[in-house]
Design a protein around this ligand. Sequence first.
Ligand SMILES: Nc1ncnc2c1ncn2[C@@H]1O[C@H](COP(=O)(O)OP(=O)(O)OP(=O)(O)O)[C@@H](O)[C@H]1O
Ligand SMILES: [Mg+2]
Length: 358
Amino acid sequence: MPLLEVQELRVEFPTRRGVLTALDGVSFAIEAGEVLGVVGESGAGKSLTGAAVIGLLEPPGRVAGGQILLDGRRIDGLPYEQMRRIRGREIGAIFQDPLTTLNPLYTVGQQLAETMLTHLPVNPAEARRRAIRWLEDVGIPGAAQRIDAYPHEFSGGMRQRVVIALALCAEPRLVIADEPTTALDVSIQAQIITLLKGLCREHGTAIMLITHDMGVIAETADRVAVMYAGRIAEIGPVRDVIKHARHPYTVGLMGSIPSLSARVERLAQIDGAMPRLAAIPPGCAFHPRCGHAFARCKSERPELMDAGGSSRAACWLHAADSASAMVAGAPREARPGDARPGDARPGAARQGVADDAR
Ligand SMILES: Nc1ncnc2c1ncn2[C@@H]1O[C@H](COP(=O)(O)OP(=O)(O)OP(=O)(O)O)[C@@H](O)[C@H]1O
Ligand SMILES: [Mg+2]
């Protein structure tokens, strides 16, 4: 049984002009100790997916369908108090801006100790001892003294280290990290990701790592889910997806990462923008931007299907019965620089040189 299982998740926002569907049939699983990367352009639904899992959707957003299971137990729709206990104890969270997580009125030591006292069978002295050890583990110099400092007395990078300690100190089995380094200086982003991954591996903690950066995914994740317009476009082992992207959208996302060996040559970019929620096209939501779209893509919505290798893609190019339709539907002229799904892109994913795929 997977640690986390999300089945056909649907998230809606009721508005005066009708209900907007922000997530529509999102399904994936995370095994114990596994790192699942979640990638996609701005507005794809990455943060909403994380927020739904941890029970922090902002009203009026609501889970309107599907299920979220932790160890096979449903956690969507739990009463606030029960969900609060699961948050922290079983699922930790790390967000982009450490200041949203840390309370400015308490020292970092008080916040770490409080979290452990809430969730673990420890006394205050033991909680403080462990708090110092956590600060050491996340690389805060002079941890024994810094434990009594307030969040504003730390630099941005050090604050994010404190947040990592806070997310992990109650020994959760899953951490949701939503763009954990985006607000930080580029030079320390890799350090923080490496630290997070190292600590989680040591403690057997699974990570749902949300990021725009395919380079980070390539370095960190075991599997990757590529999201587009509130759905998963492709999911599979990270090596498969990077070497043989099966969905044209994934190919485009890879294309927005310049490789080290080809710094001068701009690789394929995806033209156009993610559709607004109120204007998601019928069929495959990506079809207006897709160089391979044919008739079926405009009318029928593809579900995730086997796409060769171990990955699955929601793309009609991979349907066994699509070959004839493709001829009949006369695919749009491929643009120069278009990559074909399945093309190997050696060197496409390299940490440190990755562009923001926004
Ligand atoms: N409170 C809200 N009311 C209405 N729509 C919302 C709300 N919050 C998010 N959305 C919409 O839901 C969609 C998905 O948002 P989400 O924040 O999950 O995107 P994301 O993939 O995390 O993007 P980013 O990379 O910019 O963080 C977007 O179209 C967004 O506009
Ligand atoms: Mg987001």
